[in-house]
Design a protein around this ligand. Structure first.
Ligand code: PBG
Length: 331
């Protein structure tokens, strides 16, 4: 890198005023980069606050179209759906995941009919449906891999047939992307995309999400035999390489802000469409500080999102998506 020395070179010149700063800005955050995760629940006229995520609600299907409309009007390209399954519909095998009329499928049909252009992302994992809160099947205290992959691929097919555009396996079983791709293709769904949660860590930052889904109290043990060890970085590249080989169209790193180094390595190494999930705990941390008056709301939201772009993300799943889009539109 060529650099003249002071006083010839003064880097502060390019920071002199807003116009110059905009001219030399290396990264931009755009509404196209935003994906909004939402929680849907059973019942009618339900808007339930999630205690651990101020500002986030679980919404019943009769209200979901109006709930999502502002995101569509602001130009957000995609939303990610998460169903809150009542205990009565959960079992050891996550059977409800394969029900063609489960909440996820009904939500997909409702939203596709209202907003045909909006991309719907479906999370594939069994944790919303299992009585034990794990993402796969369990036997003698072990999470089974291949048997879980079998159900997960059927879950993916069920979602795709209901209108989900982008299948997002978040289960971290080995080989699930290949199995999902194969089953989708066999069923004429060659254009259904796969966004793999490729490098997903066993993280404490999912805590508020499990509260939103009601799987927190259920979860026996932890997810360390399938989600990654936060100490590892090279392993993330191997996970991403496998998912891309198996047919993933896009890859994701999760959580986001504590793992910006991983995002950067993944983007540099593979040059593939790279996404990050600014997870519930990251949202709650910012909101807690904002509510205490310790952080400026707009500035910290926008800085946190720009950091993902700088690290190499094409897009970000964020509970701030609608608010960020409003800020970007100057509303
Ligand atoms: C389910 C899933 C989780 C999240 C997304 N999909 C939780 C988990 O793995 O326990 C977390 C999202 C968030 O914290 O915002 N497999």
């Amino acid at each position: 890198m060529m650099i003249n020395s002071f006083p010839h070179t003064r880097l502060r010149r390019n920071r002199h005023d807003d116009a110059t700063r905009r001219l030399v800005s290396e990264n931009q955050l755009h509404i196209d980069n935003l994906i909004w995760p939402i929680f849907v629940c059973e019942g009618e006229n339900q808007r339930q606050k999630v205690a651990a995520m101020p500002g986030v609600e679980r919404v019943s299907l009769d209200l979901v179209v109006e709930h999502v409309r502002p995101a569509v009007e602001l130009g957000i390209p995609a939303i990610a759906l998460f169903p809150v399954t009542p205990m009565s519909k959960r079992d050891e095998y996550g059977t409800e995941a394969l029900n063609k009329d489960n909440l996820m499928c009904r939500a997909a049909r409702t939203l596709k009919a209202a907003f045909p252009q909006l991309a719907l992302i479906g999370d594939v994992a069994l944790d919303p449906y299992t009585s034990h809160g794990h993402d796969g099947l369990i036997k003698n205290g072990q999470i089974l891999n291949d048997e879980s992959v079998d159900i997960l691929s059927k879950q993916a097919l069920n979602q795709a047939q209901a209108g989900i555009d982008i299948i997002a396996p978040s289960d971290m079983m080995d080989g699930r992307v290949r199995a999902i791709r194969q089953l989708l293709d066999e069923n004429g769904l060659q254009t259904t995309r796969i966004m793999a949660y490729a490098a997903k860590y066993a993280s404490a930052f999912y805590g508020p999400f499990r509260d939103a889904l009601g799987s927190d109290a259920l979860l026996h043990g932890d997810k360390k035999t399938y989600q990654m060890n936060p100490a590892n970085s090279d392993e993330a590249l191997r996970e991403v390489a496998l998912d891309l080989q198996e047919g993933a169209d896009m890859v994701m790193v999760k959580p986001g802000m504590p793992y910006l180094d991983i995002i950067h390595r993944v983007r540099e190494h593979f040059k593939a469409p790279t996404f990050a999930y600014q997870v519930s705990g990251e949202y709650s941390m910012i909101m807690a500080a904002v509510e205490n008056g310790w952080l400026d709301r707009e500035k910290s939201i926008m800085e946190s999102l720009m950091a993902f772009r700088r690290a190499g993300c094409h897009g970000i799943l964020t509970y701030f998506a609608v608010e960020a889009a409003r800020i970007l539109r100057g509303q």
